[in-house]
Design a protein around this ligand. Structure first.
Ligand code: ACO
Length: 334
């Protein structure tokens, strides 16, 4: 019998209805649709406007879609992992709130903080619980309400981010499908290039942290760009080499959606043409932990059992990594 692997058996997602277009941003900061499109590939993003709704709301909606599509109840879930940098609050974990919302009364759960690599790290972690035989059904969610930490007077960051959530269900597979391999990396030496300084134990919330705008995401674009291009391409090439894959073997590259130019560089390094790259940055912007599962949700109907996917991400930390997945089902259902 083949070894037990963690197969993705269902995908769910949630996107808020409100759209923030490049034209809208032109009214907020000194920018242009042309600059945003050519430098990033983004045209619009979704924003969760209701101030009473937070990341757990979107994560719950994505999880509910997974349960509905798979025809199971929350009681069957063993573990809920929520990757996010915009948890509802420091504690309790957003995963606890989501688990309660979906009736996952037999599950435990936790949040995972790895910025734009969050979903990738959560998928890798969740897979280990299936492979070890400890759990049968693990819900891995990537969700971020980036609009809650974006400074809409800062043109260098406010054009990039959007809100959304995506979720996958992991179940055991013994036929060679699922998560085949993963590479995860962190390097904290450049943490200050992409961070949110305020509110933690280093700079607890105060009048000063508000005055200095430390409760907003801070990014030094060019050094992050440089590290992202190298990090994402390196790790994608490495996982292909480790698994004897060529560009022809790959059905889709599923990249974190931070910047079209970073994705383009990664695809070229992998020898994968752009028609084999999942791209929705144009419509959603960078939804941080949600980008990869939102791609899977958008492309699910085009996927077939046995398709080779390489998921790749780079984010704050720095964190980065790649996962090789052999897709486990055809179209929209198991
Ligand atoms: N509109 C118009 N001009 C702008 C804007 C804007 N929105 N933003 C910056 N500019 C200007 C700058 O002020 C600068 O002007 P100057 O030359 O007069 O000084 C010029 O455009 C070039 O700015 P750069 O920052 O060098 O532009 P760059 O090509 O690097 O693009 C960007 C900026 C899009 C942010 C890019 O650096 C990037 O994508 N970085 C990586 C993002 C990423 O991968 N993040 C990781 C994931 S996010 C996470 O983990 C939460």
């Amino acid at each position: 019998m083949e070894q037990v692997r963690a197969a993705i058996t269902t995908v769910g997602h949630f996107l808020p209805e409100d759209r923030l277009t490049n034209a809208d941003l032109e009214t907020l900061v000194d920018t242009s649709d042309e600059w945003i499109r050519t430098r990033t590939g983004i045209r619009e993003r979704r924003i969760l406007k209701d101030p009473a709704k937070a990341t757990s709301y979107m994560a719950t909606k994505a999880a509910e879609e997974v349960l509905r599509k798979r025809g199971i109840s929350g009681e069957e879930i063993d573990l809920v992992i929520v990757a996010t940098v915009t948890p509802d609050m420091f504690f309790p974990a957003t995963a606890c709130i989501v688990a309660a919302n979906i009736g996952a009364v037999n599950a435990w759960g936790y949040d995972l903080s790895a910025a734009c690599s969050g979903f990738l790290f959560a998928l890798s972690t969740g897979a280990r619980f299936i492979e070890s035989g400890k759990h049968k059904k693990v819900l891995v969610i990537g969700a971020d309400k980036m609009s809650s930490i974006v400074d809409y007077t800062d043109r260098t960051t406010c054009i990039l981010f959007g809100d959304g959530a995506g979720a996958v269900l992991l179940e055991a597979d013994s036929d060679g499908y699922g998560v085949i391999d993963s590479i995860e990396r962190t390097d904290g030496s450049q943490w200050a290039a992409l961070c949110m300084l305020g509110g933690g134990s280093l700079n607890p919330s105060s009048a000063l942290t508000i005055e200095k705008k430390w409760h907003f995401l801070h990014q030094e674009g060019p050094p992050v760009f440089k590290a992202a291009v190298k990090g994402m391409a390196d790790v994608a090439a490495e996982i292909m080499e480790k698994n004897n894959l060529t560009g022809d073997d790959i059905r889709y590259l599923v990249p974190h959606q931070a910047n079209l130019r970073i994705i383009d560089a990664t695809a070229r390094r992998m020898g994968v043409t752009m028609d084999k790259v999942m791209l929705n940055i144009e419509r959603y912007g960078n939804t941080t932990a949600a980008t990869i599962p939102l791609c899977l949700a958008d492309w699910e109907k085009d996927l077939n059992k046995g398709d080779n996917l390489v998921l790749a991400a780079f984010g704050g930390g720095f964190t980065w990594g790649a996962i090789y997945v052999k897709w486990a089902y055809d179209g929209e259902g198991v």
